[in-house]
Structure formats: C-alpha cells, structure tokens
Design a protein around this ligand. Structure first.
Ligand SMILES: [Zn+2]
Length: 203
C-alpha cells in the first residue's frame, strides 16, 4: 500500500480516511518525536497494513469501544494503549484515561474524556489546532429512534468549548476536518430542541 492513501493535514498530522466496506473509522496519525500516535486503529486490513508498516514505536488512543474504531487492536502491535474505562472492558489492557492527560512527545498531546450520547467512555485527542473527536458528537438509537441524552450533550458541549483547537476531526464525516464553531453550533442547535421534562432529545 502506498502513502497516497493517507491524507496529510500538516507536517505532523495525517489520517487514513474511513471506509464503508468494511466499516472502518478514520485512523489519525500524529508524528511525535519518539512515537507515532494513532487515534483509533480501525477495522480494515488497509488500516492494519498501514499501521504495521510504521517502524517507530506506536501509541494507540482508542476513541470508543465500537469495532470500526478498534477491531484491529490485536493485529497491530502498539507499544502502548490509552482508552476510556468502558473501552478497557473490551480491550482488557492499556492506560485508562479518566481526566485530562498532557503528554509531551516533541508534539503536545492532550487526551481527555469526552461525554458522548453515541458511546459511553469516549476519548478525544487534541494536538495543536486539531482535536480528534471520534464518533462522540453523533447521536444514539433508543427504541428505534435517533436521540441524544440531554445532560450528556450539555456536558459534551462544555468540554468542546474548553478545547483550544480550531478544527474538530469527526470520524466518518466526508468533511473530516471541520471548524470548531460549526460543530459546536450544530450541537447547541440540537440541545436547544430539548424538552426540559425529558432526559432525551428525540430527533
Ligand atoms: Zn464509528
């Protein structure tokens, strides 16, 4: 496989775009001084091959427990793993991130828990002007209907507003790199539709 398959964002950050068949999330690649940081390891053999061809030590940050984001974790030999407590139940190893974590690997890496209606125990990764958010901004399904948990959405918006990144990287989105203001405005619009008597915002 050739490097053309990855998309370059800047000197340090690139990504392998998501695929639909097989369903595999975008794999973020951040070149640190000592290690390559991966945001999600995907589910496809393309992601597996790409990751296993890297010769630097690899640190995998797993956004959440859904297979399209992490099914490759046994196949790619990452030297270290960071994940949320709920994802740990599936992966059964790695460092659990429960509070903001700042790591300096030549590039500054900020890992943070991300309240999410889509998946419990989501994690985000911020580096410079960019923040990888995985699927955390997506809704969930309850009783066959698309919805957000109102209080979780409120918490998520406040975490996102505290980030300094100018761009949010949203898994599976054709426009993977999005302006932070746009993403926050969309979530605030959804939050504004809540019925204060209801826990869920039905869409
Ligand atoms: Zn996904």
């Amino acid at each position: 496989m050739l490097m053309e398959e990855t998309v370059r964002i800047n000197e340090i950050i690139s990504y392998l775009p998501a695929s639909e068949n097989p369903l595999s999330a975008d794999v973020g690649i951040i070149k640190g001084k000592n290690s390559v940081w991966l945001f999600d390891v995907g589910c496809s053999s393309a992601a597996e091959e790409l990751i296993n061809r890297m010769d630097k030590p690899k640190i995998a940050v797993i956004s959440h427990f859904h297979p399209d984001h992490m099914a490759n974790f046994e196949k790619v030999k990452s030297d270290e793993i960071y994940l949320g407590a709920n994802t740990f139940k599936y992966v059964k190893r790695g460092n659990i991130v429960e509070t903001d974590l700042f790591i300096d690997d030549g590039v500054k890496i900020h890992l943070f828990p991300l309240p999410s209606s889509h998946a419990k125990g989501s994690l985000g990764l911020e580096t410079g002007e960019y923040a990888f958010l995985g699927d955390s901004t997506y809704a969930t399904m309850k009783q066959g209907r698309v919805c957000y948990n109102a209080s979780v959405l409120k918490e998520e918006i406040s975490v996102l507003k505290n980030l300094s990144a100018k761009y949010f990287l949203i898994s599976h989105d054709k426009n993977f790199v999005r302006k932070r203001e746009e993403v926050i405005a969309e979530l605030e619009e959804i939050y504004s539709k809540r019925d204060p008597k209801e826990s869920y915002i039905w869409l």
